[in-house]
Design a protein around this ligand. Structure first.
Ligand code: B12
Ligand code: SF4
Length: 517
């Protein structure tokens, strides 16, 4: 009999590039799995029969259904699924967590098909909820939730859960809940299976556009190096996985730990391990602090890529967003990195509140310089999006942004098009400039293609790359019909899970052994 269903809603066009294991949901399942509860996962991003499978597990007696969501389109898919769940079994307990739920729990309670919203770390919640379902405790005794009391009474918030001090106390992620063949993370070695995992949570910095500041309140905690290496060994032994994407917010939150991790990976390589690895969150100033010896070890142990948030090439904007670094630091870090064959993905944004066209052009200039000065550099650019709860959000409001006011509207709040639907500070000319630069930035540098692990998306990338490159080289933004084509593809994907059908890896991975904790 099923006890708990984990449900992963679609994320929109992001699902086209490649689908990663649902880290948050797997994370909250580790404690209940260890306690012996039967947990199943339905991932609508890759499962075209997700409605049927959801129904099947509900009929199998599931007591709790867990949903996760980030801001934006994923909310809409979450709401559709919660509605379906309640229409099949109104008595099942539905619970919502994830970044958006943590940041805006009251707003999430607007979905009447959600009974509870989790507002802190979710790792110990589900065993308590099962105790509640089994009538061992009252709902008020479940810490870290908002719940809807019977008719008429106000939404109630229970006592917060104490933060987890030591991540190592958490049982291993129950990877056996997913079929690794359905997922990917980075495409360095096309025949190799890859997986995304986090080695830490949070970040001590304070960037104005970033939700991590609100989620983790400028704190950081990490798994020990020993624990990380054990997890890698387990993933290799059980699934044959050798390619890892460390999807941390700031992997260098503890610099010493990072150096020790590199040492451990280097030692593993010396002992014959053939790992490839890649890092999502590392700051430019931290890259500059890395010793040459550490960088060499990174290369020798299989580090293939690092992602660095630069955000802007303009000093005033960097100050406004409290990036706490400078253009000079980034350029020096880039020069340093140019000696090493590690792809470095610098991410940028445009369209910040009060940003002028000239200031945005500094960003375009810096993108070009970094890519010219380092053959391993790529520089994708995104439209700035004012998300509720981020430090810069009040400035966006001050500058004329009229935010969505209901959960339904936040669900339609698309990071790619919000500026067309909501009044804000941007004029038409600026919108076009940022939008076109952003669109081209995903396709005009071949080095970025390792991110596109979905075979269909990878093929489309190959087709479009020469055009995007030509446009980038010649600063030519006229008649960008391809943007409309991309929107159409996104719509088809949303309706028919188009890319999800191509996601499966053809090369079979080693068959999973039953999990041993
Ligand atoms: C991976 C990722 C993605 C992947 C998602 C696929 C996947 N595999 O999960 C992709 C690439 C699709 C993605 C896209 C986007 N993302 Co994103 N993403 C992340 C990232 C880097 C890691 C998520 C993760 O696995 N975290 C690790 C786990 C352990 O944490 P967690 O998911 O928060 O889960 C914990 C709790 O939240 C809770 N929990 C989670 N789910 C549930 C469910 C229940 C029932 C319970 C009880 C608890 C619970 O328990 C967990 C353990 O404590 C986060 C950063 C981060 N650190 O979270 C950003 C982050 C979630 N993304 C963010 C944003 C802004 C976006 C985009 C809008 C980016 C953009 N500009 O395009 C798009 C949105 C797409 C959409 N709207 O649908 C913001 C969220 C803002 C917000 N207010 O929600 C974050 C926080 C990044 C940031 N720096 O601000 N993203
Ligand atoms: S953008 Fe990166 S460095 Fe800045 S607060 Fe967010 S996670 Fe930290």
């Amino acid at each position: 009999m099923t006890d708990i269903i984990l449900f992963m809603p679609k994320c929109g066009i992001w699902d086209a590039m490649g689908v990663r294991v649902p880290g948050g949901l797997l994370s909250i399942a580790s404690v209940p799995v260890k306690e012996g509860y039967k947990v199943v996962l339905v991932d609508s991003r890759i499962d075209i029969n997700w409605e049927e499978n959801l129904r099947k597990h509900l009929e199998d007696g599931a007591k709790v259904v867990c949903f996760t969501t980030m801001v934006g389109e994923q909310i809409k898919h979450m709401m559709d699924a919660s509605k379906l769940v309640k229409s099949i079994n109104p008595k099942v307990v539905t619970v919502l967590g994830g970044s958006w739920a943590q940041i805006y729990p009251g707003m999430c309670m607007q979905d009447h098909n959600i009974d509870l919203v989790c507002y802190g770390d979710g790792d110990y919640l589900l065993t308590d909820l099962m105790d509640y379902c089994n009538k061992k405790i009252k709902i008020r005794d479940v810490k870290g939730i908002y719940f809807r009391p019977p008719e008429g009474a106000k939404i109630t918030k229970t006592e917060p859960r104490a933060p987890i001090e030591n991540l190592d106390e958490l049982p291993r992620i129950p990877w056996h809940l997913v079929n690794m063949n359905d997922y990917s993370a980075v495409g360095f070695r096309p025949d190799n299976q890859s997986v995304a995992l986090v080695t830490s949570r949070g970040c001590q910095f304070r960037c104005g556009f970033c939700s991590i500041v609100t989620l983790y309140k400028q704190t950081w905690k990490g798994y020990s190096v020993q624990r990380i290496m054990d997890d890698l060994a387990f993933l290799e032994k059980t699934y044959g996985i050798k390619d890892f994407f460390f999807m941390d917010d700031l992997i260098t939150g503890d610099f010493k730990r990072y150096e020790q991790l590199v040492d451990a990976l280097h030692q593993a390589a010396k002992e014959g391990k053939d790992y490839n690895w890649s890092v999502a969150g590392i700051r430019g100033d931290h890259v500059l602090r890395l010793k040459e010896e550490t960088l060499k070890k990174m290369v020798d142990s299989g580090c293939r890529n690092i992602d660095v948030g630069v955000e802007s090439g303009n000093p005033r904007i960097l100050k406004l967003i409290k990036k706490d670094t400078t253009v000079d630091v980034i350029r020096r870090a880039n020069k340093k990195m140019s000696k090493y064959p590690i792809i470095i993905k610098y991410t940028f944004m445009g369209g910040f509140p009060t940003e002028t066209e000239a200031e945005f052009k500094d960003t375009l200039k810096l993108r070009r310089i970094l890519q010219e000065e380092n053959e391993y550099a790529t520089a994708p650019l995104f439209f700035y999006t004012p998300f509720h709860g981020t430090p810069l959000y009040p400035v966006a409001i001050e500058q004329g942004f009229k935010p969505p006011t209901s959960l339904h509207d936040w669900a339609d709040f698309n990071y790619n098009t919000w500026y067309k639907d909501y009044p804000c500070w941007l004029n038409k000319r600026m919108i076009k400039l940022v939008e076109n630069s952003a669109f081209l930035s995903y396709f005009s540098n071949k080095k970025l293609s390792y991110k596109y692990t979905n075979p269909l998306f990878a093929s489309l990338f190959k087709l479009y790359y020469p055009i995007a490159k030509f446009r980038y080289d010649h600063d030519f933004y006229g008649l960008m019909l391809e943007k409309h084509a991309a929107n159409l593809v996104a719509k088809v994907n949303e309706k028919f899970t188009l890319f999800g059908r191509f996601q499966k890896k053809k090369t079979p991975v080693v068959k999973a052994e039953p999990i041993t904790q």
